[in-house]
Design a protein around this ligand. Structure first.
Ligand code: MOS
Length: 692
């Protein structure tokens, strides 16, 4: 009736602003007298700076100053070691920033940056991850606070005695986020007040970080994040650009923009760490798992322990009486890894779902059936009941829509000329995460409403969905609600990460609007000029431990062709079915699922960074060398979902959809390549040189 119903395909509120160029991103806010800064990256893989000669750079036109560890404004020691920029002479990896040139224009800053002369004391470096690296260790926890090791039953004994066994290793290379908008920040000081525009997934955390680094109370820092051109985890935490912009603005007294060139990103905004996987699956001849072991080895940097939690999804997926899941990490002279879309699940499920396909082949069993057969009653690792789990429905509906029943299971059984054709399936899972947030809702005398929450829309449609949540709770039409987000002066909220945004902010928005509706009910007097408002805070509820295991699930089906002459793999069809709670906006949800699947397609076929052992850095640093899928690579992609009514989540009923599309896609494609060719390729990406 009102068109506000949750689930409606409402168009993005800011869509017109974005496509007409009116929406401003962090580097685009006009500032009087603004200067531009360009960082100078270290050119050695390990060592320390012994001297910096800035005289030639300073003599160039337009140059205002050159900051180094010797003269930069002092900042406190950050909690995140990757933000300790220009504090000391240490170089923990190649690409670490050792100086910053501030000039009148970006071109002048760039030219002067190349004129800064840095001398180093060079130390030997090691950037090579090996499963048997002597410095590999078992950390206390993997990311997300997950125990590094979980074990129950007798996994080794179960494997040794299993009638059907698969013992396989996979490798997922380092991957880079490469959002369309590279990281950028503009900072200015108004006396003792710091105002920044930054490209971030969460302005509340940026504010807290800047306040700590510059010894300011938080209410003297304002962080604007109105529009963000993608993040995929690389903007989940503050990055050096925002710290450098604030430093440079302090040093010069001018507003300063630091817009990182794409080629500097791989060293300083994180990457998905490479993961080496070993899986041992044991099963009876009936296909039931008797043992499941998933062990991974990954890398982190010298300055930060970051452990991609890739063995964690194996704790969720399949019923087995015996299991061991284990993470090990090696600290190398590499850039610090960080979050990348579906951290843990994305590489972990590539390996697990590929191994399940290998087990199905070893059993001579249909891979959909194998998964249905091993569905657990409860979460295998914790023993908790699932709040809802519709993986079976995803697999069955996906198989039906895809036409799986027509598949000839024999590998290499379909050819069209020199093209080998195959199909594959894989399951997906992603945890339900939710974090405390606050929000305010206000009714104005003109009959409209304003909702305020420091959420961030990184391109997902968050602004729109929150407006739908508000309109629904208020019982009014969508066009009567205005939603203000992306400003740290708004009620503070959690970040757009972990697929938790909509659930976390939506909960607070729902509560504020429900309280406001209650306050307005039965009111006959006109509203005062400033309106009537209600505030909500979900602390203590959103972060309460749940007695349920809460996860979204999904199933991917892929059809590929493999060119037997060139080795080129093309994806013809991708179809995903997801069970992710209530879908709040059909249009933006579909776009999220499809986006995740396309990223999974890239992971399968083209994306990957190579660590050059001698040079000590990634060889791919731009979109000419790091190949993300282009339109011509992306076939018909279908995303469907199962309506899921789960009362154990949050008032808006969503599980989060930002990441699950990216989980399992690569395995479905890899399994299709095996079906097409009869050969297993266990190293991603599946580039022609590997296939031939
Ligand atoms: Mo996502 S990697 O949780 O921002």
């Amino acid at each position: 009736m009102t068109g506000t119903a949750l689930g409606a395909p409402a168009v993005r509120r800011e869509g017109r602003q974005k496509v007409t160029g009116v929406a401003r991103y962090a580097a685009e806010h006009p500032q009087p007298d603004r200067a531009h800064a360009w960082p100078v990256p270290a050119t050695v893989a390990r060592g320390r700076v012994t001297a910096v000669d800035t005289s030639a750079a300073r003599a160039l036109p337009g140059v205002l100053t050159v900051l180094t560890h010797e003269n930069a404004p002092r900042i406190a020691e950050p909690d995140d070691p990757t933000l300790a920029v220009l504090r000391d002479e240490r170089v923990p990896h190649r690409g670490w920033f050792v100086a910053l040139v501030v000039a009148r224009s970006p071109e002048e800053a760039r030219a002067a940056a190349s004129a800064v002369r840095v001398e180093y004391a060079v130390e030997d470096h090691d950037v090579t991850l090996r499963a048997d690296h002597p410095e590999a260790y078992e950390p206390g926890t993997a990311n997300g606070g997950h125990p590094a090791r979980r074990e129950y039953g007798d996994p080794d004994g179960a494997f040794a005695t299993a009638p059907v066994r698969v013992d396989v290793s996979y490798r997922v290379p380092p991957l880079h986020n490469h959002p369309m908008e590279p990281h950028a920040s503009t900072a200015r000081w108004e006396g003792e007040r710091l105002v920044v525009h930054t490209s971030s997934q969460g302005g509340t955390a940026v504010r807290a970080t800047l306040a700590a680094l510059f010894a300011l109370p938080e209410d003297r820092v304002t962080v604007h994040t109105a529009h963000v051109g993608g993040g995929f985890g690389s903007k989940g935490t503050p990055r050096p650009d925002v710290v450098l912009a604030a430093m440079a603005a302090r040093a010069t007294g001018l507003p300063v923009t630091v817009a990182l060139p794409r080629r500097q990103l791989p060293a300083v905004v994180g990457h998905r760490a490479p993961t080496l996987h070993r899986l041992r699956l044991g099963a009876g001849t009936d296909g039931r798992l008797t043992g499941l072991t998933h062990e991974i080895v990954t890398h982190s940097s010298r300055i930060k322990e970051f452990v991609e939690q890739a063995a964690v999804p194996a704790r969720v997926m399949y019923a087995t009486p015996s299991s061991r899941t284990l993470h090990r990490v090696v600290r190398l002279d590499v850039p610090s890894p960080s979050w990348m879309r579906a951290p843990g699940e994305s590489p972990g499920m590539y390996a697990l779902e590929s191994a399940m396909d290998e087990l199905a082949a070893a059993l001579g069993m249909d891979p959909v059936r194998l998964r249905l057969l091993n569905e657990p009653e409860r979460e295998p690792d914790s023993g908790k009941p699932f709040s809802s789990r519709h993986l079976t429905e995803c697999l069955e509906e996906g198989a039906r829509r895809f036409g799986w029943e027509h598949r000839d299971p024999r590998p290499r059984s379909r050819a069209e000329g020199h093209l080998l054709v195959g199909t594959g399936v894989a399951a997906a899972t992603y945890p339900v995460l939710v974090q405390p947030s606050t929000a305010e809702a206000r009714a104005l005398p003109d009959g409209t409403f304003v909702v305020r929450v420091n959420a961030t829309d990184i391109g997902t449609g968050a602004r729109t969905v929150l407006t739908q949540v508000a309109a629904d709770a208020l019982g009014v039409a969508l066009d009567r609600v205005r939603t203000e987000i992306g400003d740290s002066d708004l009620p503070s909220a959690s970040l757009a990460g972990g697929s938790s945004g909509t659930a976390s902010w939506g909960w607070a928005v729902h509560d504020a609007c429900t309280a406001l509706a209650g306050r307005l009910a039965g009111r006959t007097a006109p509203l005062p000029d400033e309106g009537v408002s209600a505030h909500a805070d979900t602390a203590g509820r959103a972060d309460a431990e749940s007695p349920y295991a809460r996860h979204a699930f999904g199933a991917h089906f892929a059809e590929v062709t493999v060119d037997s002459v060139t080795g080129e793999v093309r994806v013809r069809r991708l179809l995903g079915v997801f069970a992710a709670g209530r879908i709040l906006n059909a249009r933006t949800a579909r776009s999220q699922f499809v986006g995740g699947m396309v990223m999974g397609l890239g992971m399968a076929l083209t994306e990957g960074s190579t660590m050059d052992a001698a040079f000590g850095d990634f060889t791919e640093s731009d979109l000419a060398s790091y190949h993300v899928p282009a339109h011509a690579d992306v076939p018909a992609v279908e995303a469907h979902w199962i309506d899921e009514d789960d009362a154990h989540l949050n008032p808006v009923g969503g599980k989060g959809i930002g990441e699950i599309g990216n989980v399992g896609t690569a395995a479905a494609i890899g399994n299709a390549v095996h079906h097409a060719t009869g050969v297993r390729f266990r190293d991603l990406p599946l580039t022609p040189d590997r296939i031939l």
